[in-house]
Design a protein around this ligand. Structure first.
Ligand SMILES: [Zn+2]
Ligand SMILES: [Zn+2]
Length: 426
């Protein structure tokens, strides 16, 4: 028990962590380019926030939340998604009183007590953006373009953008009624989950993965035939902006987000092939801020599953460059040189050079072997002779050449070996 992590969690070991750092760096630099600033909200919130903000008729809230009473008997929940907490923070800090839109992004762990057989982690990670305070269609397009650029910057190819509108409070009830009418004589054919959705949340049936439900969906009325003029015009404007930005998309009338606070634009980015499925998605949620007790505030956003993104990158053979070892390994030829070697090591590190040393009192020969193992480019060797003379021996570990360098000149000498400031992109 002490040597295994809880079910549904995983360690990100150093080699894997490099992929994460790369992916996160891409997300951060893109957000900066698009004018989105980072927000960091707590990993847990009052349970009520998710009951309201995620919707209590969802699988997440019904079955998947990590909810617990703290020592003061308050009900708290580990966040199952990022949007509710960001909305809460937007309200708490009164960000609505600043010039709009407020454009935010987050990267962090989320928690859902999912069924283990589906292979999903119970602690997983998302990158998401939320833009508050404008109902303009170009903000939808901006958010979608950002999501597309994220995957493209990582080198992923073959992704498909699915786009739809789920209508608004004016036009969706008419559609919902029509859908229920279509489903009523067919309820018996639905899967068990959808039979319970049928009354509370019929739109969700359209996105059920069950085959019987999917084949029923094919003949179902389409939401796009019921859009009010405002929603229809909004969808057209989003499409125009996407086309102008060069983003390909397919209209998918059965792409739904079944919650009441979702309005108009809905989108999903799908992986190609059989192992496909959604890798990220989002849309407008013009009613959510109000549902959470704030002033009416339009908003649009997306969330991307980072584990799925990494998996897709691996499937497409995209890997970051191998890690570089330290530039310099500081070695001692005799124990009495250790103090001087430590001083040199500290000076090198403070000068901005990646440097390391041995910590196991290895022989000089074993130190060289270890330096090689670390991938060091150069060894700085100190022995009694070097200390007495005020110089060091610098060995080029790649070419086996040695040089004698004055200690005062060492940093300048080593800097010529610094790798060019390359942009690591793979
Ligand atoms: Zn509408
Ligand atoms: Zn179903």
């Amino acid at each position: 028990m002490l040597t295994s992590s809880p079910r549904g969690t995983t360690d990100i070991l150093p080699e894997e962590a490099r992929r994460w750092q790369w992916m996160e760096a891409v997300a951060r630099s893109l957000c900066a380019r698009y004018g989105y600033e980072e927000i960091r909200t707590p990993a847990f919130e009052h349970t009520e926030l998710f009951e309201r903000g995620v919707g209590d008729a969802t699988d997440i809230v019904e079955k998947e939340m990590y909810t617990f009473l703290d020592r003061s008997q308050r009900s708290l929940t580990l966040r199952p998604e990022g949007t509710a907490g960001v909305v809460r923070a937007y309200l708490q800090a009164r960000l609505y009183s600043q010039p709009q839109p407020i454009k935010l992004y987050y990267i962090g762990p989320m928690f859902r007590y999912g069924r283990p057989q589906s292979g999903r982690l119970r602690q997983f990670h998302q990158f998401g953006v939320e833009a508050f305070g404008s109902e303009a269609a170009d903000l939808d397009a901006e958010v979608i373009t950002l999501a597309g650029d994220f995957f493209q910057s990582l080198g992923l190819t073959g992704l498909e953008l699915h786009l739809n509108s789920v209508g608004c409070a004016d036009c969706r009830p008419g559609y919902r009624q029509e859908l229920v009418q279509y489903l009523t004589p067919r309820v018996g054919e639905l899967c068990e989950t959808c039979r319970s959705r049928y009354e509370r949340n019929p739109l969700r049936i359209l996105d059920c993965k069950n085959e019987a439900c999917q084949s029923l969906s094919v003949g179902a009325p389409k939401v796009t035939s019921f859009l009010c003029p405002k929603c229809a015009a909004h969808l057209r404007a989003v499409e125009n902006h996407l086309r102008a930005s060069g983003m390909a998309y397919v209209l998918d009338p059965f792409l739904v987000r079944g919650l009441d606070y979702y309005t108009s634009t809905a989108f999903e980015i799908m992986l190609p092939g059989e192992a496909g499925g959604s890798i990220g998605g989002g849309g407008r949620y013009d009613k959510l801020v109000e549902v959470c007790g704030g002033p009416p505030t339009p908003a649009v956003g997306f969330a991307v599953g980072l584990e799925r993104t990494l998996l897709a990158m691996k499937q497409q053979g995209l890997t970051p460059a191998p890690s570089r070892g330290p530039l310099v390994f500081v070695a001692v030829a005799a124990p009495e040189a250790r103090a001087a070697a430590w001083e040199v090591l500290c000076a090198l590190r403070r000068a901005g050079l990646n440097a390391d040393k041995d910590f196991l009192s290895r022989s000089l020969k074993a130190q060289m072997k270890y330096a090689d193992r670390l991938g060091a480019r150069l060894a700085v060797i100190l022995g009694p002779e070097e200390i007495a003379g005020g110089w060091v021996t610098v060995r080029d570990l790649q070419h086996g050449i040695q040089d004698r360098v004055n200690r005062d000149e060492l940093i300048g000498y080593l800097q010529q070996f610094l790798p060019d400031k390359q942009v690591e992109n793979k």
